[in-house]
Ligand binder design. Sequence first.
Ligand SMILES: Cc1ncc(COP(=O)(O)O)c(C=O)c1O
Length: 396
Amino acid sequence: MRANPLAYLDAELGSLREQGLYRRLRVLDGEQKARTSVGHRSVVNLSSNNYLGLTTHPRLRERALQALTSLGVGTGSVRTIAGTMEIHMELERRLAAFKKTEAAVVFQSGFTANAGTVSSILGREDAIVSDALNHASIIDGARLSRATIKVFPHRDVAAARKVLEELPRTQRTLLITDGVFSMDGDLGPLPELCDLADEFGCIMMVDDAHASGVFGEHGRGTVDHCGVHGRVDVQVGTLSKAIGALGGYVAGSKALIDFLYHRARPFLFSTSHPPSVAATCIAALDVLESEPQLIERLWENTRFFKAGLQALGFNTGISESPITPVIAGENALAMRLSDRLFEEGVFAQGIGFPTVPKGTARVRTIVTATHTREELQFALDCFRKVGAELGIVPGP
Ligand SMILES: Cc1ncc(COP(=O)(O)O)c(C=O)c1O
């Protein structure tokens, strides 16, 4: 009999189990919303990126159904052959207007938007200067580009400057940061990095996956929030988080978008979104315009919940956004905190090394606009009980 060539994977999985990093998938029994059922248990859900609760918004459902009925379930082709429908073009025009850029292109996900863009606009001769905590899709795109990759310590503008000073001025260079960092909820120093990009002639790129729909006027993102419109050459956003559906996009100049139409490999070689997804995203942009109270409620809930955790004595790091980490320390303790919270009725995912640095394992919480005060207070009460039980915060 043939020996199993994948047997080494069992050893890898065993090692994950030993480190307390082996995770079973949590399966939702129904919709993605603020209180949901996971594994047949009703829980307050603090684990999604559904910032505005749009995954179940009636207007988005209605537009998706209309598009399903009138345009079918799929496109049957990549964008560059027969997979571009008028609704894809409409979405791109709407995204460009939303981000105040000349043009935009939609990808299948935020991941492919980042990876496809970085890997196509740069090549072997070029350099990428990247924040140490940038998203995995930026790292993969940088590797695929074969450019020289220089990483500067998280949010350290002086260190980024030093890296740039050491690169030849003639070398084409991309300076890249997340707008909001997904594990700590802090913001990239956009104005300062834009200054560096101006001084050193870099291409400036921001991944605003967690900021679009959350920061800035009508949720335009950190570029708007930080007042740096026109200074960021490449803006990436996702349609999978606050927008509530699926996809990613790049917003920038006409030339950038035209180039990506010709060279970004996920755009060229992977089938386009079903029309219902594009229609859903257009409806979400309408909601951002017409229901600003959703973003206001998101921020009210964020302030309430963050202050509550801090009052209980939890270490919530340096977050400036609705992403609030509850830092426990060692992997096993963070996973135990997450598991105990789940038993009490709160779904908040544990995240450990290597996703975050050793000793900073955490439970990551994200509140949404649609959590009620009662749900958030219930979650805080559970944090108080379990945190004391595990010795993370003082008991009552
Ligand atoms: C900072 C950041 N960029 C990009 C992405 C990828 O977005 P998507 O889920 O749409 O692929 C994520 C999602 O995890 C993210 O956190």
